[in-house]
Design a protein around this ligand. Structure first.
Ligand SMILES: CC(C)(COP(=O)(O)OP(=O)(O)OC[C@H]1O[C@@H](n2cnc3c(N)ncnc32)[C@H](O)[C@@H]1OP(=O)(O)O)[C@@H](O)C(=O)NCCC(=O)NCCS
Length: 161
């Protein structure tokens, strides 16, 4: 089951739940997680929860950003903080399948940045790798529901997520 909440809908209890879940993948102090949330997410961004038998097993954010295609700002959802409770049990794939469904059903495009070791994972999730648009040249860029065209000039100048 999927639950999607706008950032504006979060209360203290939900924030705690998100931070505890993210901390299973990225160990930082509670305050540091909270600062990240407050600094990087805005109302209109989404929290995407994936539950199985009422247990939260996957989580991610969808962030409202634009990609410049031939100098025109085109809305995309930026996908970030993708994480699962149990690693290597298939939940990451299921989580991504749910977000793919969301993107298709809302006719929206997705973009994500990841490190090299996750290229096989996102490829298995049916995302398409394009030339890197992230300012960090070590990063890798994937899109979903957008057909890359080598004749278009793509640039990313929006916030990092
Ligand atoms: C990355 C993450 C979300 C993947 O979820 P998961 O539940 O472990 O992945 P799954 O079990 O669904 O794996 C799906 C497929 O991708 C592959 N895969 C998953 N993680 C991989 C990795 N790090 N490197 C290579 N392949 C990987 C699996 O082997 C599997 O392939 P198979 O079906 O051929 O066996 C999860 O491991 C996680 O929370 N990692 C820590 C947080 C993180 O780094 N997030 C990414 C932010 S960009």
């Amino acid at each position: 089951m999927v639950e999607i909440l706008d950032h504006s809908e979060l209360n203290d209890k939900l924030i705690q739940k998100i931070i505890e879940f993210k901390n299973l993948s990225w160990e930082h102090s509670y305050e540091s997680h909270l600062e990240w949330l407050n600094t990087n997410l805005q109302n209109g961004d989404l929290h995407f929860f994936y539950m199985e038998s009422s247990i939260l097993v996957g989580y991610m954010n969808l962030v409202r950003i634009v990609v410049e295609i031939d100098n025109k700002p085109i809305p995309f959802w930026g996908i970030g903080n993708v994480c699962t409770r149990y690693k290597g049990k298939g939940d990451g794939l299921k989580l991504m399948q749910q977000v793919n469904k969301f993107l298709l059903s809302t006719s929206s495009k997705g973009i994500l940045f990841c490190k090299k070791s996750l290229i096989p994972f996102y490829s298995k999730c049916n995302w398409i790798q394009i030339k890197n648009l992230h300012p960090n040249s070590d990063s890798n860029t994937f899109v979903f529901n957008y057909l890359p065209n080598e004749f278009y000039n793509l640039r990313y100048n929006d916030r990092l997520f």
